[in-house]
Design a protein around this ligand. Structure first.
Ligand code: 13P
Length: 293
């Protein structure tokens, strides 16, 4: 069932586990995420990006997530979130479309502009009772890293714990994305989390902390991050890889096959298995409290 993110996070904060925020682009990936959550009785966040809105259109994809949450999710809590909104217009559209949480990502702008853009989003979203995720420090992906020429250069963009309290006060955000060593993309265990930095940020932050770039990070690192205060973990690339690898395998084996279901089915299941693995590592499995009376 679709619930506001606020409801999910209250329990995660109280019982100190992290909730997975998984990116979807279509019906199949949405089914995979929600089925995994149901199987493991875990709360979950389903999120879309601006690129997905261009691909699938906002209202259709939002409705897919809603209807899958309702008809497949049963009483397992699912929250709808907008990931990496780069403009106020995009954030406003998602607030108006009924999302319970939106991310305004102005992190690559100078601090003052980041605060101003984030404050504007908060002002609008809060009037509709919608949560806002801000981002302090920059989380790079492959393209950003090439620009920066290497992992070492990216370290100067990690979140500075000294600036966190002021950023939270000035913006009023409800959750905070932090840059603590992950990158967008799956780098298979090469991403090293700055654990002392997470602890230092958690000490001053009164809001749930969000770890972006969850793909490819070793489970032992993830568990340590959750112990130190990470409460939401974003995962995208590993789902895409699972889906695509399965498609390639099935299509390669069944060259004369034109029934979409014969290759979309296994690909959906492959994504579901990846999500199930993550829910176990994040500590959210089994936390969906029954709401039926
Ligand atoms: P990955 O693609 O590295 O899993 O990152 C996803 C993410 O952070 C989406 O905001």
């Amino acid at each position: 069932m679709l619930v506001p993110l606020k409801d999910i996070m209250q329990d995660a904060v109280r019982r100190r586990y992290a909730v997975g925020a998984f990116n979807t682009v279509n019906l199949e990936v949405t089914l995979a995420i929600v089925r995994a959550a149901v199987n493991l009785r875990s709360p979950v966040i389903v999120q879309i990006s601006e690129k997905t809105i261009k691909y699938a259109e906002l209202k259709p994809i939002a409705d897919v997530i809603r209807t899958v949450s309702r008809h497949v999710g049963g009483d397992v809590p699912v929250a709808l979130h907008f990931d990496h909104g780069r403009s106020f217009a995009a954030v406003r559209e998602c607030v108006d479309a009924g999302f319970s949480s939106v991310h305004i990502d102005a992190s690559e702008q100078p601090l003052e502009n980041n605060i101003a853009a984030t404050h504007q989003a908060v002002d609008y979203a809060h009037r509709a009772g919608v949560w806002v995720q801000g981002e302090l420090g920059v989380i790079f992906g492959k393209e950003g890293l090439t620009k920066l020429r290497g992992v070492a250069a990216a370290r100067q963009y990690l979140t500075d714990p000294a600036g966190v309290a002021e950023y939270l006060r000035a913006t009023g955000v409800d959750t905070l994305a932090v840059s603590v060593g992950t990158l967008h993309g799956a780098f298979r265990g090469r991403e090293r989390l700055d654990l002392p930095r997470i602890s230092a940020i958690a000490k001053v932050a009164k809001v749930p902390l969000v770890l972006h770039g969850g793909s490819g990070v070793a489970p032992v690192q993830i568990r340590a991050a959750v112990r130190r205060g990470i409460r939401i973990i974003n995962v995208d690339t590993e789902l895409r890889i699972a889906f695509t690898q399965s498609l390639r395998r099935t299509l390669g084996k069944q060259r004369g096959q034109y029934d979409l279901r014969t290759y979309l089915g296994p690909a959906t299941l492959a994504v579901q298995r990846v999500v199930e693995g993550k829910l176990k590592v994040f500590g959210s499995a089994g936390r969906a409290v029954s709401r039926s009376r």
